[in-house]
Design a protein around this ligand. Structure first.
Ligand SMILES: Cc1cc2nc3c(=O)[nH]c(=O)nc-3n(C[C@H](O)[C@H](O)[C@H](O)COP(=O)(O)OP(=O)(O)OC[C@H]3O[C@@H](n4cnc5c(N)ncnc54)[C@H](O)[C@@H]3O)c2cc1C
Ligand SMILES: NC(=O)c1ccc[n+]([C@@H]2O[C@H](COP(=O)([O-])OP(=O)(O)OC[C@H]3O[C@@H](n4cnc5c(N)ncnc54)[C@H](OP(=O)(O)O)[C@@H]3O)[C@@H](O)[C@H]2O)c1
Length: 537
């Protein structure tokens, strides 16, 4: 790897960060003492909020939860959900306030990464080359380049190689690489006479272009998650009046949707975001006694889930439209799949502007639309694939072998210790891959943890111990939800943060009194640097 470009290799910084979305700018701030270089493929920060958003895209996390610990929203108690434009303003304000933009190289796409660390030629590089069975892992900054990174810049695609001791991958779980359905031969989009696009293409249209695409057209939206739901509403809104056409949502799996963060008059956080509520759920680092006790608490967990389901079935016409999922609500919550419904979703359905088609898992195109495995057909002028993104493939496309093959384990999950370190990939961290109610909070706290790790304030455990911990975490997720592949920690997020705090030498109990500790939700503000100092004094 370090052969022909050795002469031109740039070694100005020890740490490279790839991506300037929320994760990348949080990492840049926390690692600022190392003057990192942040490579950003596009011309702006903000990631998905700039490139995967539609006119109607709003935050679906309460704004006081989606907030950096030391940079509050201007109106943090405002209960409305900010638009994607407001989120970009907020992120820009953060980046300017903490002088993070000076680290970012815009229009710089990382196209290849090479490993030049110890055992670079070995088929199976070990995480800790010198001491695989030692009780402690050595320093992450070894004084020698471990990774070389090829960066394409400018309109001509000039290639420049950089060398780093440590890399933080922040290229995002969503965006960039669409997850595309696979079709039988001669039944792909080439046989369809209409237009097919993915949500990523739709997000590139301006408001007028989007309206133009949808207006007066029979639109089929494939998917029943947040992008699909927002798109269906945009289609309905573009098709008001007698000439308007209906949009049909093609639904493979039903999921629970919620109209707001209030359930039978109670704030939603009471059910899953406090210590007392998470007490009922299994955690990866729990004691044996707790493991034995946990099944006994399952009726209580089930009762909470049923309580929420009863409200949703009462409040929303789920039964009328055949949209009531068979699985419990808590499985959607435990996999971070709960979507907040736009206010007018069901009123548009009542007007006949949004229709629902339950689809068998196999479908393909015919000349006038979509044909399903059971022989039924749906006519459409435009088919929009709201089928999500392939974040793992995005990572694999830049990582070299053998690391590329290690990104996901045999069950299709990315094994990350503390949601950040892959036990088998040396001198590299991954931010933005585990999810919770607020992915901003989850990413920021892990960046704080990472900075302490890089500063040698604590050490990583041996590889085997990390693998054991990650496996335990996967097992907990597998028991909590059939949708475990999303790597969501929402039912044990406080415990996850506790472990990070302990490793950083912070007190995990961060509230001012026992009552708040038990019944108020945890958010990024609980982990602000100022609070850390107070707690540690
Ligand atoms: C439409 C949408 C809405 C969402 N809403 C919410 C929400 O309400 N609440 C919530 O908690 N989460 C939400 N999420 C999840 C969201 O992904 C996270 O909240 C968060 O914004 C992700 O930030 P990130 O920095 O990890 O990734 P991204 O935002 O994807 O940023 C990755 C950055 O890396 C850059 N990049 C990619 N590849 C390369 C490369 N090879 N070289 C250089 N740069 C590269 C990209 O250009 C991008 O700027 C939403 C996701 C989407 C898609
Ligand atoms: N804040 C916001 O307003 C907002 C807006 C948009 C997106 N987001 C976030 O962005 C992320 C991505 O969301 P997303 O909605 O784009 O993607 P997603 O959550 O991955 O959902 C993809 C949808 O497409 C369906 N699908 C995939 N392949 C299919 C196939 N071959 N045939 C039929 N259906 C298929 C899936 O069905 P199955 O369930 O059966 O797999 C699912 O309904 C999520 O985290 C989401 O919360 C947030």
């Amino acid at each position: 790897m370090s052969g022909d470009h050795e002469q031109t290799l740039v070694r100005t910084s020890r740490i490279g960060i790839i991506g300037a979305g929320i994760s990348g700018i949080a990492a840049a701030k926390e690692l600022s003492s190392y003057d990192p270089i942040v490579f950003e493929a596009t011309g702006s920060i903000g990631g998905v909020w700039k490139h995967c958003s539609f006119a109607s895209t709003k935050l679906q996390t309460p704004r006081c939860d989606f907030e950096f610990s030391d940079y509050p929203w201007p109106e943090r108690d405002n209960a409305s959900f900010p638009s994607h434009v407001e989120i970009l303003d907020y992120l820009h304000g953060f980046a300017v306030h903490f002088d993070v933009l000076k680290y970012v190289q815009f229009n710089s796409r990382v196209v290849e990464i090479g490993y030049v660390g110890e055992h670079a030629t070995s088929a199976s590089p070990r995480r800790d080359p010198g001491m695989p069975n030692s009780s402690e892992y050595g320093s992450l900054l070894k004084g020698q380049p471990v990774w070389e990174v090829a960066v394409e810049t400018g309109p001509t695609g000039t290639l420049q190689w950089y060398a780093f001791e440590f890399i933080v991958m922040c290229i995002g779980k969503y965006g960039d690489v669409p997850r595309m359905p696979v079709f039988p031969r001669n039944r792909g989009q080439e046989v369809f006479r209409g237009e097919v696009l993915h949500t990523m293409d739709y997000a590139r249209l301006d408001e007028a272009g989007a309206k133009n695409l949808l207006k007066g057209k029979k639109v089929a939206v494939v998917g029943y998650k947040k992008s699909a739901i927002d798109l269906a509403v945009e289609s309905a809104e573009a098709n008001q009046g007698p000439d308007g056409q209906a949009c049909t949502m093609v639904i493979r799996t039903l999921h629970w949707t919620v109209p707001s963060y209030w359930i039978w008059g109670l704030p939603f956080f009471l059910f899953y975001s406090t210590r007392s509520s998470q007490f009922l759920h299994e955690k990866p680092d729990q004691s044996l006694l707790w493991t034995l006790l946990c099944p006994l608490l399952s009726p209580m967990r089930r009762a909470i889930s049923k309580f929420i389901e009863s409200y949703l079935v009462w409040k929303l016409p789920l039964v009328k439209y055949g949209l009531k999922p068979d699985h419990p609500f808590e499985e959607d919550y435990a996999s971070c799949q709960m979507a907040i419904l736009p206010e007018n979703f069901f009123s548009e359905a009542d007007k006949g502007k949004i229709l629902f088609k339950r689809a068998p898992s196999r479908w393909w195109f015919w000349s006038k639309g979509i044909e399903f495995e059971d022989g039924s057909k749906l006519e459409a002028d435009v088919v929009i694939l709201a089928t999500g993104y392939d974040g793992k493939q995005k990572l694999q496309s830049v990582l070299p072998e053998p690391f590329r093959s290690l990104v996901v384990d045999s069950s299709g999950v990315m094994p990350l210790y503390r949601g950040t370190i892959h036990p088998m990939i040396p001198n590299m961290a991954f931010v933005g891959y585990i999810e919770s109610v607020s992915n901003l909070h989850t990413a920021e706290l892990r960046c704080k943890w990472l900075a302490q790790l890089v500063n040698d304030k604590f050490k990583l455990p041996p590889v085997q111990a990390m693998i054991r911990q990650v496996t335990q975490e996967m097992d907990v997720m597998k028991r909590a939800t059939r949708f475990y592949k999303r790597h969501c920690i929402s039912t044990f997020s406080i415990n996850h943060s506790d472990e990070l705090c302990r490793e950083m030498g912070w007190s995990p109990w961060r509230k001012s009194n026992w009552l708040s500790e038990a019944f108020s939700p945890y958010s990024s503000q609980d982990y602000a640097d100022q609070k850390v100092n107070e707690k540690n004094d």
